[in-house]
Design a protein around this ligand. Structure first.
Ligand SMILES: *Cc1c(COP(=O)(O)O)cnc(C)c1O
Length: 346
Protein backbone atom coordinates (compact mmCIF):
# COMPACT_ATOMS: atom_id res chain seq x y z
CA UNK A 1 0.00 0.00 0.00
CA UNK A 2 1.16 3.52 -0.74
CA UNK A 3 2.15 5.68 2.19
CA UNK A 4 -0.69 7.97 3.12
CA UNK A 5 -0.61 11.39 4.73
CA UNK A 6 -1.17 11.31 8.50
CA UNK A 7 -4.44 13.25 8.42
CA UNK A 8 -7.48 13.29 6.20
CA UNK A 9 -9.74 15.92 4.75
CA UNK A 10 -13.09 14.44 3.80
CA UNK A 11 -14.41 16.61 1.01
CA UNK A 12 -18.01 16.18 -0.11
CA UNK A 13 -18.11 16.80 -3.85
CA UNK A 14 -21.90 16.52 -3.97
CA UNK A 15 -22.24 19.22 -1.32
CA UNK A 16 -19.82 21.46 -3.24
CA UNK A 17 -21.90 21.12 -6.40
CA UNK A 18 -25.17 21.51 -4.46
CA UNK A 19 -23.86 24.73 -2.92
CA UNK A 20 -22.91 26.08 -6.34
CA UNK A 21 -26.38 25.21 -7.66
CA UNK A 22 -27.99 26.95 -4.69
CA UNK A 23 -25.91 30.07 -5.26
CA UNK A 24 -26.63 29.92 -9.00
CA UNK A 25 -30.35 29.77 -8.27
CA UNK A 26 -30.07 32.71 -5.87
CA UNK A 27 -28.20 34.60 -8.60
CA UNK A 28 -31.39 34.61 -10.71
CA UNK A 29 -30.67 35.38 -14.36
CA UNK A 30 -27.03 36.15 -13.63
CA UNK A 31 -24.44 33.48 -14.38
CA UNK A 32 -22.72 32.03 -11.33
CA UNK A 33 -18.95 31.71 -11.34
CA UNK A 34 -16.59 30.31 -8.70
CA UNK A 35 -13.59 31.74 -6.87
CA UNK A 36 -11.01 28.93 -6.79
CA UNK A 37 -8.04 31.08 -5.73
CA UNK A 38 -5.66 29.92 -2.99
CA UNK A 39 -5.91 26.35 -4.27
CA UNK A 40 -9.70 26.31 -4.12
CA UNK A 41 -9.70 27.79 -0.59
CA UNK A 42 -7.40 24.98 0.48
CA UNK A 43 -9.42 22.05 -0.89
CA UNK A 44 -7.64 21.58 -4.22
CA UNK A 45 -8.41 23.95 -7.09
CA UNK A 46 -8.32 21.39 -9.87
CA UNK A 47 -10.72 19.02 -8.16
CA UNK A 48 -13.05 21.89 -7.29
CA UNK A 49 -12.93 23.33 -10.81
CA UNK A 50 -13.51 19.96 -12.48
CA UNK A 51 -16.67 19.37 -10.45
CA UNK A 52 -18.06 22.88 -10.85
CA UNK A 53 -17.35 23.09 -14.57
CA UNK A 54 -19.04 19.70 -14.88
CA UNK A 55 -22.08 21.21 -13.18
CA UNK A 56 -22.17 24.12 -15.62
CA UNK A 57 -19.94 26.78 -14.08
CA UNK A 58 -18.13 28.75 -16.80
CA UNK A 59 -16.32 31.54 -14.93
CA UNK A 60 -13.43 30.72 -12.59
CA UNK A 61 -11.44 33.25 -10.57
CA UNK A 62 -7.88 32.82 -9.32
CA UNK A 63 -5.50 35.34 -7.77
CA UNK A 64 -2.37 34.78 -9.86
CA UNK A 65 -1.19 33.48 -13.23
CA UNK A 66 0.57 30.65 -11.42
CA UNK A 67 -2.77 29.56 -10.01
CA UNK A 68 -4.30 29.77 -13.49
CA UNK A 69 -1.55 27.54 -14.87
CA UNK A 70 -1.99 25.06 -12.00
CA UNK A 71 -5.68 24.72 -12.90
CA UNK A 72 -4.74 23.24 -16.25
CA UNK A 73 -7.43 22.51 -18.82
CA UNK A 74 -10.75 23.88 -17.60
CA UNK A 75 -12.76 22.67 -20.56
CA UNK A 76 -15.42 25.14 -21.65
CA UNK A 77 -14.78 27.57 -18.76
CA UNK A 78 -12.56 30.64 -18.64
CA UNK A 79 -10.21 31.76 -15.88
CA UNK A 80 -9.89 35.36 -14.69
CA UNK A 81 -6.73 36.38 -12.81
CA UNK A 82 -7.81 38.79 -10.09
CA UNK A 83 -4.40 40.37 -9.50
CA UNK A 84 -4.18 41.54 -13.10
CA UNK A 85 -0.91 41.32 -14.95
CA UNK A 86 2.64 42.17 -13.91
CA UNK A 87 5.71 42.32 -16.15
CA UNK A 88 6.83 39.10 -14.46
CA UNK A 89 3.66 37.34 -15.67
CA UNK A 90 4.53 37.80 -19.35
CA UNK A 91 5.69 34.16 -19.82
CA UNK A 92 2.23 32.91 -18.82
CA UNK A 93 0.20 35.45 -20.78
CA UNK A 94 -1.42 33.54 -23.61
CA UNK A 95 -2.40 30.53 -21.54
CA UNK A 96 -5.58 29.33 -23.24
CA UNK A 97 -8.85 30.63 -21.73
CA UNK A 98 -7.03 32.78 -19.16
CA UNK A 99 -7.36 36.58 -19.00
CA UNK A 100 -6.41 39.23 -16.46
CA UNK A 101 -8.67 41.37 -14.34
CA UNK A 102 -6.99 44.75 -14.87
CA UNK A 103 -6.87 46.82 -11.69
CA UNK A 104 -4.82 49.93 -12.47
CA UNK A 105 -4.14 52.36 -15.30
CA UNK A 106 -0.63 50.93 -15.40
CA UNK A 107 -2.00 47.37 -15.83
CA UNK A 108 -4.23 48.59 -18.66
CA UNK A 109 -1.19 50.12 -20.37
CA UNK A 110 0.83 46.93 -19.80
CA UNK A 111 -1.93 44.66 -21.16
CA UNK A 112 -2.22 46.80 -24.28
CA UNK A 113 1.58 46.76 -24.72
CA UNK A 114 1.47 42.94 -24.44
CA UNK A 115 -0.97 42.85 -27.33
CA UNK A 116 -4.23 43.35 -25.46
CA UNK A 117 -7.07 41.02 -26.19
CA UNK A 118 -10.06 40.12 -24.08
CA UNK A 119 -9.75 41.13 -20.42
CA UNK A 120 -11.79 41.89 -17.34
CA UNK A 121 -11.56 45.14 -15.36
CA UNK A 122 -11.95 45.81 -11.63
CA UNK A 123 -13.35 49.17 -10.56
CA UNK A 124 -13.08 50.32 -6.97
CA UNK A 125 -16.44 51.57 -5.69
CA UNK A 126 -15.47 52.17 -2.08
CA UNK A 127 -13.44 49.29 -0.70
CA UNK A 128 -10.14 50.98 -1.54
CA UNK A 129 -8.40 47.71 -2.18
CA UNK A 130 -7.90 46.92 -5.87
CA UNK A 131 -9.34 48.58 -8.95
CA UNK A 132 -9.42 51.64 -11.15
CA UNK A 133 -11.44 54.54 -9.81
CA UNK A 134 -14.84 55.49 -11.16
CA UNK A 135 -13.20 58.74 -12.26
CA UNK A 136 -10.54 56.81 -14.23
CA UNK A 137 -13.35 55.05 -16.08
CA UNK A 138 -15.24 58.30 -16.71
CA UNK A 139 -11.99 59.85 -17.93
CA UNK A 140 -11.58 57.23 -20.65
CA UNK A 141 -8.93 54.99 -19.08
CA UNK A 142 -10.59 51.90 -20.58
CA UNK A 143 -10.82 53.24 -24.15
CA UNK A 144 -9.89 50.65 -26.73
CA UNK A 145 -10.01 47.72 -24.30
CA UNK A 146 -11.95 44.60 -25.19
CA UNK A 147 -13.70 43.94 -21.87
CA UNK A 148 -15.64 40.79 -21.05
CA UNK A 149 -16.58 41.58 -17.44
CA UNK A 150 -16.48 44.88 -15.56
CA UNK A 151 -16.46 44.07 -11.87
CA UNK A 152 -16.29 45.61 -8.45
CA UNK A 153 -16.00 44.07 -4.99
CA UNK A 154 -18.12 44.66 -1.89
CA UNK A 155 -16.33 45.59 1.32
CA UNK A 156 -19.10 44.79 3.82
CA UNK A 157 -21.44 42.31 2.15
CA UNK A 158 -21.33 40.09 5.25
CA UNK A 159 -22.86 42.92 7.32
CA UNK A 160 -25.81 45.25 7.00
CA UNK A 161 -23.70 48.31 6.31
CA UNK A 162 -24.54 51.53 4.44
CA UNK A 163 -21.51 51.02 2.20
CA UNK A 164 -23.33 48.15 0.45
CA UNK A 165 -25.97 50.43 -1.08
CA UNK A 166 -23.38 53.12 -1.87
CA UNK A 167 -21.20 50.61 -3.73
CA UNK A 168 -24.26 49.21 -5.54
CA UNK A 169 -25.25 52.70 -6.74
CA UNK A 170 -21.72 53.59 -7.81
CA UNK A 171 -21.38 50.33 -9.72
CA UNK A 172 -24.80 50.54 -11.36
CA UNK A 173 -23.80 54.00 -12.61
CA UNK A 174 -21.10 52.39 -14.75
CA UNK A 175 -23.57 50.36 -16.81
CA UNK A 176 -23.18 51.17 -20.49
CA UNK A 177 -20.14 53.37 -19.89
CA UNK A 178 -17.57 50.79 -21.10
CA UNK A 179 -17.27 48.08 -23.73
CA UNK A 180 -17.90 45.40 -21.06
CA UNK A 181 -20.32 42.66 -22.07
CA UNK A 182 -21.12 41.82 -18.45
CA UNK A 183 -21.19 43.42 -15.01
CA UNK A 184 -20.32 41.56 -11.81
CA UNK A 185 -20.42 42.71 -8.18
CA UNK A 186 -21.47 39.98 -5.74
CA UNK A 187 -19.31 37.51 -3.82
CA UNK A 188 -20.99 34.84 -1.64
CA UNK A 189 -22.36 37.31 0.88
CA UNK A 190 -23.32 39.73 -1.91
CA UNK A 191 -25.56 37.07 -3.46
CA UNK A 192 -27.53 36.99 -0.20
CA UNK A 193 -28.02 40.78 -0.35
CA UNK A 194 -30.63 40.32 -3.06
CA UNK A 195 -31.27 40.33 -6.79
CA UNK A 196 -30.11 43.95 -7.28
CA UNK A 197 -26.58 42.86 -6.51
CA UNK A 198 -26.38 40.01 -9.01
CA UNK A 199 -26.02 41.95 -12.31
CA UNK A 200 -24.80 39.50 -15.02
CA UNK A 201 -22.36 37.32 -13.10
CA UNK A 202 -21.81 36.42 -9.43
CA UNK A 203 -18.48 35.31 -7.94
CA UNK A 204 -19.00 33.13 -4.86
CA UNK A 205 -16.08 31.53 -3.07
CA UNK A 206 -16.57 30.91 0.65
CA UNK A 207 -20.14 29.60 0.50
CA UNK A 208 -19.22 27.02 -2.16
CA UNK A 209 -16.95 25.45 0.43
CA UNK A 210 -19.49 25.43 3.23
CA UNK A 211 -18.80 28.88 4.69
CA UNK A 212 -21.75 30.92 5.90
CA UNK A 213 -21.00 34.64 5.60
CA UNK A 214 -24.60 35.79 6.21
CA UNK A 215 -27.46 34.29 8.21
CA UNK A 216 -29.68 34.10 5.09
CA UNK A 217 -27.41 31.33 3.80
CA UNK A 218 -27.39 29.27 6.99
CA UNK A 219 -30.05 26.73 6.04
CA UNK A 220 -29.11 26.60 2.37
CA UNK A 221 -25.40 25.88 2.35
CA UNK A 222 -24.13 22.39 3.12
CA UNK A 223 -20.85 21.63 4.90
CA UNK A 224 -18.17 20.43 2.50
CA UNK A 225 -15.02 19.74 4.52
CA UNK A 226 -14.35 17.48 7.48
CA UNK A 227 -11.01 17.04 9.24
CA UNK A 228 -9.91 13.65 10.59
CA UNK A 229 -6.86 12.96 12.71
CA UNK A 230 -5.48 9.94 14.51
CA UNK A 231 -4.74 9.17 18.13
CA UNK A 232 -0.98 8.79 18.66
CA UNK A 233 -1.11 8.11 22.39
CA UNK A 234 -3.67 7.64 25.11
CA UNK A 235 -2.98 8.20 28.80
CA UNK A 236 -4.69 8.61 32.15
CA UNK A 237 -4.14 12.07 33.61
CA UNK A 238 -4.60 12.05 37.37
CA UNK A 239 -6.68 14.66 39.18
CA UNK A 240 -4.57 17.77 39.74
CA UNK A 241 -2.17 17.11 36.86
CA UNK A 242 -2.02 19.38 33.82
CA UNK A 243 -1.92 18.87 30.04
CA UNK A 244 0.16 20.58 27.39
CA UNK A 245 2.30 23.69 27.00
CA UNK A 246 2.02 26.20 29.80
CA UNK A 247 -0.14 23.78 31.77
CA UNK A 248 -3.33 25.66 30.93
CA UNK A 249 -5.63 22.70 31.62
CA UNK A 250 -5.83 20.95 34.97
CA UNK A 251 -7.67 17.66 35.51
CA UNK A 252 -10.44 18.04 38.07
CA UNK A 253 -10.74 14.26 38.19
CA UNK A 254 -8.86 11.37 36.66
CA UNK A 255 -9.26 11.88 32.90
CA UNK A 256 -8.58 9.78 29.82
CA UNK A 257 -6.61 11.96 27.39
CA UNK A 258 -5.74 11.22 23.77
CA UNK A 259 -2.99 13.10 21.95
CA UNK A 260 -3.81 13.43 18.27
CA UNK A 261 -1.59 14.29 15.33
CA UNK A 262 -3.00 17.66 14.41
CA UNK A 263 -1.80 21.15 15.29
CA UNK A 264 -1.51 24.73 14.19
CA UNK A 265 0.95 23.80 11.43
CA UNK A 266 -1.99 21.94 9.88
CA UNK A 267 -4.30 24.92 10.23
CA UNK A 268 -5.76 23.71 13.52
CA UNK A 269 -5.09 27.05 15.16
CA UNK A 270 -4.03 27.87 18.69
CA UNK A 271 -7.37 29.61 19.11
CA UNK A 272 -8.91 26.17 19.55
CA UNK A 273 -6.90 25.69 22.75
CA UNK A 274 -9.20 24.58 25.59
CA UNK A 275 -12.30 25.23 23.44
CA UNK A 276 -12.30 23.17 20.24
CA UNK A 277 -14.55 20.16 19.78
CA UNK A 278 -13.75 16.77 18.33
CA UNK A 279 -16.02 13.76 17.75
CA UNK A 280 -15.38 10.11 18.32
CA UNK A 281 -16.27 7.30 15.92
CA UNK A 282 -19.76 7.12 17.43
CA UNK A 283 -20.16 10.90 17.31
CA UNK A 284 -19.21 11.27 20.99
CA UNK A 285 -18.27 14.85 21.87
CA UNK A 286 -14.59 15.07 22.80
CA UNK A 287 -13.48 18.44 24.21
CA UNK A 288 -10.10 19.79 23.15
CA UNK A 289 -8.05 20.40 26.28
CA UNK A 290 -4.89 22.42 26.82
CA UNK A 291 -2.88 24.38 24.29
CA UNK A 292 -2.85 23.38 20.64
CA UNK A 293 0.79 22.63 19.77
CA UNK A 294 2.37 22.91 16.33
CA UNK A 295 1.66 19.28 15.42
CA UNK A 296 -0.38 17.91 18.31
CA UNK A 297 -3.47 18.53 20.37
CA UNK A 298 -5.08 16.73 23.31
CA UNK A 299 -8.71 15.69 23.62
CA UNK A 300 -10.65 14.29 26.56
CA UNK A 301 -11.74 10.77 25.58
CA UNK A 302 -13.13 9.73 28.99
CA UNK A 303 -16.51 9.16 27.33
CA UNK A 304 -15.12 6.37 25.12
CA UNK A 305 -13.45 3.73 27.30
CA UNK A 306 -12.62 1.57 24.28
CA UNK A 307 -10.90 4.15 22.09
CA UNK A 308 -7.24 3.35 21.49
CA UNK A 309 -4.07 4.43 19.77
CA UNK A 310 -4.59 4.59 16.02
CA UNK A 311 -8.29 5.43 16.20
CA UNK A 312 -9.54 8.22 13.94
CA UNK A 313 -11.46 11.10 15.35
CA UNK A 314 -13.01 14.03 13.54
CA UNK A 315 -12.81 17.73 14.22
CA UNK A 316 -16.43 18.24 13.56
CA UNK A 317 -17.23 21.87 14.24
CA UNK A 318 -19.01 23.54 11.34
CA UNK A 319 -17.07 26.43 9.81
CA UNK A 320 -19.19 29.11 11.51
CA UNK A 321 -18.89 27.36 14.90
CA UNK A 322 -15.16 26.80 14.43
CA UNK A 323 -14.78 30.47 13.56
CA UNK A 324 -16.50 31.53 16.78
CA UNK A 325 -14.47 29.06 18.85
CA UNK A 326 -11.08 29.93 17.39
CA UNK A 327 -11.44 33.62 16.61
CA UNK A 328 -10.27 32.93 13.06
CA UNK A 329 -12.36 33.83 10.04
CA UNK A 330 -14.00 31.03 8.06
CA UNK A 331 -11.70 32.03 5.18
CA UNK A 332 -8.59 31.53 7.30
CA UNK A 333 -9.83 28.19 8.59
CA UNK A 334 -10.20 26.89 5.02
CA UNK A 335 -7.10 28.36 3.43
CA UNK A 336 -4.91 27.37 6.39
CA UNK A 337 -5.50 23.64 5.87
CA UNK A 338 -1.98 22.40 5.30
CA UNK A 339 -0.06 19.74 3.42
CA UNK A 340 -0.36 16.87 5.90
CA UNK A 341 -3.81 15.85 4.70
CA UNK A 342 -4.93 13.35 2.14
CA UNK A 343 -7.74 15.17 0.42
CA UNK A 344 -10.35 12.46 -0.01
CA UNK A 345 -13.30 13.35 -2.24
CA UNK A 346 -16.57 11.54 -1.94
C1 LIG B 1 -12.19 36.15 -3.22
C2 LIG B 1 -13.06 36.97 -4.09
C3 LIG B 1 -14.38 36.59 -4.33
C4 LIG B 1 -15.06 35.47 -3.58
O1 LIG B 1 -15.43 35.99 -2.31
P1 LIG B 1 -16.16 35.12 -1.19
O2 LIG B 1 -16.37 36.09 -0.09
O3 LIG B 1 -15.22 34.03 -0.83
O4 LIG B 1 -17.42 34.61 -1.77
C5 LIG B 1 -15.09 37.31 -5.27
N1 LIG B 1 -14.55 38.38 -5.91
C6 LIG B 1 -13.28 38.79 -5.66
C7 LIG B 1 -12.75 39.97 -6.38
C8 LIG B 1 -12.50 38.11 -4.73
O5 LIG B 1 -11.26 38.53 -4.47
Amino acid sequence: MDWTAPNRLRIDGDALVANWRTLARMSGRAACGAAVKANGYGLGAREVATRLVGAGCRDLFVATWGEARALGDVGPATVSVLHGVRDEDAPLVGLPAVRPVLNTVEQVRRWQAMGGGLCDVMVDTGMNRLGLSVDDVAGGALKGLLIETLMSHLACADEDHPLNARQLAAFAGLAGRTSARRLSLANSAGIALGADYAFDLTRPGLALYGGIPRAELADMIRPVVGIEAQILQRRTVRAGETVGYNATWTAEQDTEVATINLGYADGYWRGFSDCGTARGPGDEVLPVIGRVSMDLVAVDVSSIPSIAEGAWISLADTLPAASVASGMSQYELLTGLGQRFDRLWT
